[in-house]
Design a binder for this molecule. Sequence first.
Ligand SMILES: Nc1ncnc2c1ncn2[C@@H]1O[C@H](COP(=O)(O)OP(=O)(O)OP(=O)(O)O)[C@@H](O)[C@H]1O
Length: 241
Amino acid sequence: MPADPTLAAQSRSSLHEQDVTAPVLAVSKASKSYGDRPILRDVTFTMRAGERVALLGPSGSGKTTLLNCIGGVDRPDSGEVLVAGCRLHALDTNGLAEVRRKHLGMVFQFFHLLPTLTAAENVELPLQLLDISTREREDRVELLLDRVGLTQRAKALPSELSGGEMQRVAIARAIVHKPALLLADEPTGNLDSQTGVAILNLLEEVVRETGAALLMVTHSEEAAARCQRILRMKDGTLTES
Ligand SMILES: Nc1ncnc2c1ncn2[C@@H]1O[C@H](COP(=O)(O)OP(=O)(O)OP(=O)(O)O)[C@@H](O)[C@H]1O
């Protein structure tokens, strides 16, 4: 199938114009190998708006590879990934970047904040990539920093923040553009258990408030048990429990 760089061609199937009960994420028979080693094998599942789904599995089982294929930073060798109605395999690099900008938020174990930007500037970053007025950007950043309890730390650099504060900035940044799907790769993996619970509470609250779907990779059965569904990955194969 020829690459289609424009999201305009996808617009008929965009989330906003479709039945709202349509899946926010649909992964169908996604497979990927590195060399002759299969990493993902016929992975198939869907997620709907507002769903919280945990992805559990041993180290090396393919969880991050799957998240990368959903986030458009990697591609499956075969099969399909649809995010907010957009067929990722039909898009070129620019088209994938546009899907990420509009529909995806990401939270990582090591926060991935830009070290030279303040907390507020980090939160504002996704909005600078969209066509949004300065006034609206400022309003949204203020609202989000207030939401995650960091109004007083708006001008702090990441190096001046605790791990929990950095993750709260990262969560604000991940949802400031109102994405349909939030991907979290071990969001509590680098935090003490008390801070981890606070971050899970916050993640749950913000997905409830925004209606986003949350797909969270975790090694923690406790964190997974808080989700509505648990997907288990073993040797690249997915089972649901
Ligand atoms: N670019 C790459 N080239 C070759 N092999 C890779 C590449 N990326 C990942 N792998 C291999 O693919 C397998 C799955 O990796 P992946 O990071 O998806 O696992 P994971 O389940 O997320 O593991 P962990 O829980 O340790 O993060 C691993 O054996 C890894 O070494």
